[in-house]
Design a binder for this molecule. Structure first.
Ligand SMILES: Cc1cc2nc3c(=O)[nH]c(=O)nc-3n(C[C@H](O)[C@H](O)[C@H](O)COP(=O)(O)O)c2cc1C
Ligand SMILES: Nc1ncnc2c1ncn2[C@@H]1O[C@H](COP(=O)(O)OP(=O)(O)OP(=O)(O)O)[C@@H](O)[C@H]1O
Length: 301
């Protein structure tokens, strides 16, 4: 995949199939659009995702994660267009003519019914439909994908994530919500509790579910290991200043320091608490482990 980022001077040489938007979560609705443009590769078009870069903000997918997913799915070009004045103030028609047609050679566009663009968000799928003949591209308008009778959106997913509803979050996303990070050194107390753990700190703008204990799966190279993960500040051992993600793998005890691992979240068990003693914490974690094993044991994997 070719990544064009940090510049408004983008251009393709080939004809393209494009979808535009924020694509914050790359959820099931977004995937409908991505699949439409990927299908057009069969007709010789390059699949291009055009997103705006609003700078650092808390988000479901970090830029790196979004790039990796789109690359894995087979997208040819990802443009992360800086949301600067010259772009934000462009009239919708000019954006289509100057950018989509002249610079990106668009032949096909897939957009959702609520997609808006250009100065004052005046551009909509209707404008694109009106311009398609004259500009030589075809527009496909995709109905909003729903789950449980309600539209899927990044906003809805954020709200569910804030409440720790991971099963629903994963259904809406179409993949399991994950965090990736290097394995860091903790206080080395875990080991003395008979509980070697993986400590990670995801990027600061990555949205995390509420502090507490979750059933998780961790990918190490090509293998997947089940475990439980605590998100939080470890108040019992004096607390951390930065929120961490700490995972105990049920069936693996290997030195993983320095490796970069991805932990995917499934079910929520309980909130993080301050215990009166390390012994009380240890007892609780033993129950957490039993809960986690049962969680996965009861489900088809
Ligand atoms: C499954 C799990 C649940 C945890 N729950 C809590 C908790 O509720 N409260 C707390 O203070 N720390 C909790 N911890 C963090 C422990 O305090 C921490 O694992 C232990 O002290 C070792 O930390 P270290 O890796 O920095 O040595 C939890 C850790 C795990 C793996
Ligand atoms: N549920 C959906 N089904 C189909 N297309 C969708 C869906 N949600 C968004 N889209 C389309 O995907 C493109 C990018 O959408 P965008 O990321 O801006 O919206 P969103 O996920 O609804 O986010 P937010 O909740 O932040 O508005 C747009 O063309 C939009 O219409």
């Amino acid at each position: 995949m070719r990544l064009i980022t940090g510049t408004t001077e983008f251009e393709t040489t080939e004809a393209t199939a494009i979808s535009l938007g924020k694509f914050e979560g790359l959820h099931m609705g977004h995937q409908l659009l991505v699949n439409r443009i990927l299908k057009k590769k069969e007709e010789g078009l390059k699949a291009l995702i055009f997103t705006f870069d609003f700078g650092e903000r808390s988000t479901l997918l970090l830029p790196e994660e979004r790039r990796n997913l789109l690359e894995k799915w087979g997208v040819d070009y990802l443009i992360e267009c800086p949301f600067v004045e010259s772009i934000a103030h462009m009239e919708a028609e000019d954006f289509v003519r100057e950018i989509l047609v002249k610079r990106l050679h668009v032949k096909y566009l897939a957009v959702g019914t609520d997609f808006h663009f250009g100065h004052n968000r005046k551009g909509s799928y209707r404008l694109l439909e009106d311009m398609q003949k004259e500009c030589g591209f075809q527009v496909e308008v995709v109905e909003k994908a729903c789950y449980d009778g309600r539209e899927i959106s990044s906003t809805r997913i954020r709200k569910e994530l804030e409440q720790g509803h991971m099963e629903l979050v994963n259904q809406l996303l179409g993949y399991a919500y994950s965090v990736t990070g290097e394995v860091l050194y903790g206080h080395q107390i875990g080991r003395t509790l008979g509980l070697p753990t993986i400590n990670q700190q995801p990027g600061l703008s990555k949205l995390l579910p509420p502090n507490g204990v979750y059933a998780t799966k961790t990918r190490i190279a090509s293998e997947i290991f089940e475990g439980i993960t605590n998100i939080g500040y470890k108040p019992t051992i004096g607390g951390e200043t930065r929120k961490g993600v700490e995972t105990f793998l049920f069936d693996l005890d290997r030195n993983l320091y320095g490796e970069t691992l991805t932990v995917s979240f499934y079910g929520f068990e309980r909130p993080e608490r301050k215990f009166d003693s390390l012994e009380a914490l240890k007892e609780r974690i033993e129950k957490d482990v039993a809960w986690g094993r049962k969680y996965f044991g009861e489900r088809e994997n």
